[in-house]
Write a protein that binds this ligand. Structure first.
Ligand code: NAG
Ligand code: NAG
Ligand code: NAG
Ligand code: NAG
Ligand code: NAG
Length: 550
């Protein structure tokens, strides 16, 4: 079967928000992740499943416009001279890592030919072997095995409470150009946002929202780097002598670094300046050389593809550099075929300071009157016929008796956290279809509001957050295959109406009492005794992981 993809160059943005683009998430994965180029093609076949005819001769415009808050992607993806098929890298084989034998098999079957017309309209032609089911299964198996590897790094909570002996954390004192100075450039990051800097008030938690309760702030989705950094500086196992350290934290704000270039016309060299300076700086440090970076960790507050530039211009090449393969990278969206990419929750608006803040919120939302069964807060993707959002919006809007409420983010309905959180706290199920990438901050907003998420793509959560969400996803979510939605085989609202009250309550209790505390990042001065928040869980597992490197 032959797949032919042509990419239309996006029109220059007159006004960023109105930029006309087209998206197809799976293709972006395929093209941007490169290895996954192979795997994803196969996945694509699998996910679009059913028929080879859907794909054959399909013409796809690959460009993406994110209407998600202030984000905009336009990916001139696929202009690489060749789409290579690198082997998924596994740098430590002390644990039972799977063998990445996929590559050989895929290479035989997949013949990738990239042809160029004159820029700016390159055409990618890809041919996939015809017995791909097995290969698809292999690709998915690798993702699942990597998730198991991550789960095997989970620390035993009781041991995690142990003393700091042999668990020292060293935080590099990087020159401020790698972190603080980037925050200082906030005024010049988002061209259409007058006051982006307000998001960095309150140690990057943003402005307080007293109406929602204690610990609520208007936090930006890209603020994880400074938030995590503040916490790690105050970790009780922090050491100031690198010889006493087991884990090395590199507080480079790589996401903010790239955010300041996303919407400017600068060369790739400019975008990579700080990245390369950082590598050079690290290479002069003894601990980095000592273990080839394996005991080093980065927290990056944007999605993995923003750091895997394989196209002409989007993002930096940070995570594609050889030197960056050994360290652990914590990301709000991981690249599924890189075992050292580890998914951690997107930051929500809730940053409790104490156990009591958490308990008060749990009580509030478990008692909340859930007036509607289903809700969806999002925007359509009119330029992307494959995206199921329009179908969901239709099903939602036409539901009887107001069983489903729709909040239109395209018309600005979601810019205030209160409106979103109130909607979620008054609904039983929150639809979470993929947007421009597989993961959504909104997934975490819904969980924190006690609203059961309805997922349509396993990459939205199940293949991401091994440390913070349980393997048994039926405990906290409902899965509806997006293919069934696309083919209109299912009415999502009707299907959710059939879920009995007992099941809903069990899921909600599990979400609110078991998961919620571990999905939020506490206030930088938080003192939690009863609970472990997303930060503590992450740090405990990292320490567990580096301890096993010996
Ligand atoms: C994996 O472990 C084996 C034996 O422990 C070692 O010989 C080999 O070099 C390791 N491979 C990698 C890629 O680290
Ligand atoms: C599978 O592909 C091979 C060559 O790639 C071709 O000869 C064969 O006819 C194809 N089989 C089917 C069932 O399409
Ligand atoms: C984890 O903790 C439990 C309960 O304290 C204990 O029974 C178990 O042996 C521990 N497991 C490991 C691997 O340390
Ligand atoms: C971006 O800059 C380059 C080089 O200065 C220039 O040739 C190009 O026209 C610019 N593109 C836009 C969209 O402004
Ligand atoms: C959402 O808002 C946008 C912009 O105001 C509008 O064009 C669109 O029709 C709205 N969508 C729905 C389903 O109401």
């Amino acid at each position: 079967m032959a797949i032919s993809i042509s990419r239309k160059k996006s029109k220059p943005a007159k006004k960023v928000e109105t930029k006309e683009c087209f998206s197809r998430v799976t293709l972006l994965f395929q093209i941007l992740y490169r290895i996954p180029a192979a795997c994803f093609l196969l996945l694509l076949v699998f996910l679009w499943s059913s028929s080879t005819t859907i794909i054959s001769g399909n013409i796809v415009h690959v460009c993406v416009s994110s209407r998600k808050l202030n984000n905009l992607y336009c990916l001139s993806a696929g202009t690489q001279p060749s789409l290579e098929l690198p082997v998924p890298s596994i740098n430590d084989n002390s644990t039972s890592t799977p063998s990445p034998s996929i590559n050989a098999g895929v290479k035989e079957l997949v013949d990738v030919v990239v042809q160029y017309q004159d820029e700016p309209d390159p055409i990618i032609r890809t041919t996939v072997g015809n017995d791909s089911d097995e290969e698809v299964a292999k690709a998915l198996k690798i993702v699942e095995e990597f998730m198991q590897v991550h789960r095997s790094w989970k620390s035993n909570m009781s041991r995690a409470q142990a003393a700091c002996d042999g668990r020292g954390i060293y935080v590099y004192d990087l020159p401020t150009k790698f972190n603080k100075d980037l925050v200082g450039q906030c005024g010049d990051m988002m061209p259409w946002e007058n006051n982006f800097c307000r998001f960095f008030d309150n140690e990057a938690l943003g402005e307080a929202i007293p109406e929602l309760g204690k610990g609520w702030y208007h936090t930006n989705q890209y603020s994880l780097e400074p938030i995590f950094h503040s916490r790690v500086l105050k970790h009780r196992c922090r050491v100031y002598n690198e010889n006493e350290a087991k884990l090395f934290y590199v507080p480079y704000y790589g996401g903010l670094d790239i955010l300041r270039w996303h919407f400017k016309n600068v060369s790739n060299d400019v975008k990579d300046i700080l990245t390369l300076e950082l590598i050079k700086w690290l290479q002069s440090r003894k601990p980095w050389i000592q273990n080839s970076g394996k005991d080093h960790v980065f927290v990056l507050g944007k999605i993995s593809w923003d750091f895997r530039r394989t196209d002409k211009s989007w993002g930096t090449s940070l995570l594609e550099l050889d030197q960056m393969q050994n360290p652990m990278k914590l990301l709000i969206e991981r690249q599924p075929w890189h075992v050292n990419d580890i998914g951690i929750p997107h930051p929500t608006y809730f940053h409790p300071r104490s156990d009591d803040d958490i308990i008060a919120w749990q009580l509030k939302i478990i008692q909340s009157q859930r007036k509607s069964r289903v809700c969806f807060a999002g925007g359509a993707r009119p330029g992307d016929p494959e995206n199921i959002r329009s179908i969901l919006i239709n099903q939602c809007s036409s539901s009887e008796d107001g069983n489903c409420r729709f909040l239109n983010c395209t018309s600005g309905g979601c810019s205030q956290p209160n409106s979103v959180i109130e909607l979620f706290a008054e609904s039983e199920f929150c639809l979470q279809p993929p947007g421009d990438s597989a993961t959504r901050k909104s997934l975490f907003d819904s969980l924190v509001s006690g609203c059961i998420p309805v997922l349509f793509n396993p990459f939205t959560a199940y293949y991401q957050y091994a440390w913070h969400l349980p393997e048994d996803h039926g405990k906290y979510s409902v899965f509806i295959d997006k293919e069934e939605v696309r083919q209109m085989k299912v009415n999502v609202v009707e299907k959710l109406m059939q879920i009995p009250v007992r099941d809903r309550e069990n899921m909600r209790r599990y979400i609110v009492y078991e998961l919620l505390p571990g999905l939020v990042y506490g206030d930088p001065n938080s003192q939690l005794d009863k609970f472990q928040d997303a930060f503590s869980i992450t740090m405990n597992n990292l320490l567990e992981r580096v301890n096993r490197l010996d």
